[in-house]
Write a protein that binds this ligand. Sequence first.
Ligand SMILES: NC(=O)C1=CN([C@@H]2O[C@H](COP(=O)(O)OP(=O)(O)OC[C@H]3O[C@@H](n4cnc5c(N)ncnc54)[C@H](OP(=O)(O)O)[C@@H]3O)[C@@H](O)[C@H]2O)C=CC1
Ligand SMILES: CC(=O)N[C@@H](CCC(=O)OP(=O)(O)O)C(=O)O
Length: 348
Amino acid sequence: MGISAAVAGASGYAGGELLRLLLAHPGIEIGALTAGGNAGTRLAEHQPHLLPLADRVLAPTTADELAGHDLVFLALPHGASAAIAAQLPADTVVIDCGADHRLVSAQAWEEFYGGEHAGSWAYGLPELPRADGARQRENLRGARRIAVPGCYPTASSLALAPGFAAGLLEPDDVVVVAASGTSGAGRAAKVNMLGSEVMGSMSPYGVGGVHRHTPEIEQNLGLAGNQPVRVSFTPTLAPMSRGILATCTARLKPGVTAGEVREAWQNTYRDETFVHVLPEGRWPRTADTLGANTALIQVAVDERVGRVIAVSAIDNLAKGTAGGAVQSANLALDLPEVLGLPLVGVAP
Ligand SMILES: NC(=O)C1=CN([C@@H]2O[C@H](COP(=O)(O)OP(=O)(O)OC[C@H]3O[C@@H](n4cnc5c(N)ncnc54)[C@H](OP(=O)(O)O)[C@@H]3O)[C@@H](O)[C@H]2O)C=CC1
Ligand SMILES: CC(=O)N[C@@H](CCC(=O)OP(=O)(O)O)C(=O)O
């Protein structure tokens, strides 16, 4: 008998990607599938690409439906996860794809999300380096409650953390501009997500330091360098369904050379399966990560202005959500960390 997993939010984008990955996972069996207003409908109406589950009927998202599994993935809008998680048994592994449990600081939560802070769980970005030389994965082994990172924080934290972990970057001059595909916004209808608004156009949003992923990126880079980091973050919307390209720059400390930068980035990810620093001269493209649990990174130094430029590409639904969630679940359940996770993308 394998490990049983329930997926709450199975009719949404993150839930659909979780199910795609779980169908290929050799150690996990898919149990209850739940939704909100779409409870009672067949999965095929929402996820026609998941043929083996086509006839499964979505249950309402209640603790009764979710309890009784070894593992519960919550792919619900933020705000909905905390209430349901509080009703689940303490020994169930609960992986929250939403934002409710990502931030350590209650003050940052109130400033960027409003309302009451639900608390913080082990943060599900295994490869994140920490200033003490350990990796975030050490906090995930055996954990029973895990918060999956936001998709922009996954891309930008992995891109810049090596420089903070190695003490090469100034903490007060960090700029991240990232482009996301529209699936990042979820499936709920929004006027600015209509094809006619998005196709053939790119546009910024959440400008001026107000996007709720700003404190999460600061939290991660602060952990990597063991000092507070301030980040100017601007998200943009790109006319594609999946993918994030994060262009991240920071001021170098005086005297830091391009060679030291390259060495720090390569050393950080040398032994990682999913995070790759590309050979010099090759730059990450979102297309190369589609469907894969990978993050592709390149770094360069702009010597004229004394800044590092680190670019990363991920699939927001794979490494940016569902892939990261399954990777963390593997760690929590003491399975091989890479089990069932695709390293191979879909191209062109
Ligand atoms: N999309 C992405 O790239 C990323 C998403 N995430 C996070 O994952 C979570 C899910 O996002 P995503 O899949 O994109 O969103 P979607 O809008 O595509 O899906 C939301 C899912 O939650 C269900 N739902 C909505 N409201 C409730 C409720 N009150 N009670 C129970 N179920 C409810 C919906 O069911 P129904 O169909 O019945 O309404 C649907 O299954 C969010 O917290 C998001 O922040 C994290 C990283 C990246
Ligand atoms: C394109 C788009 O709208 N993206 C979403 C982020 C998606 C994500 O990772 O966020 P959460 O898990 O924190 O919801 C946004 O900017 O709010």
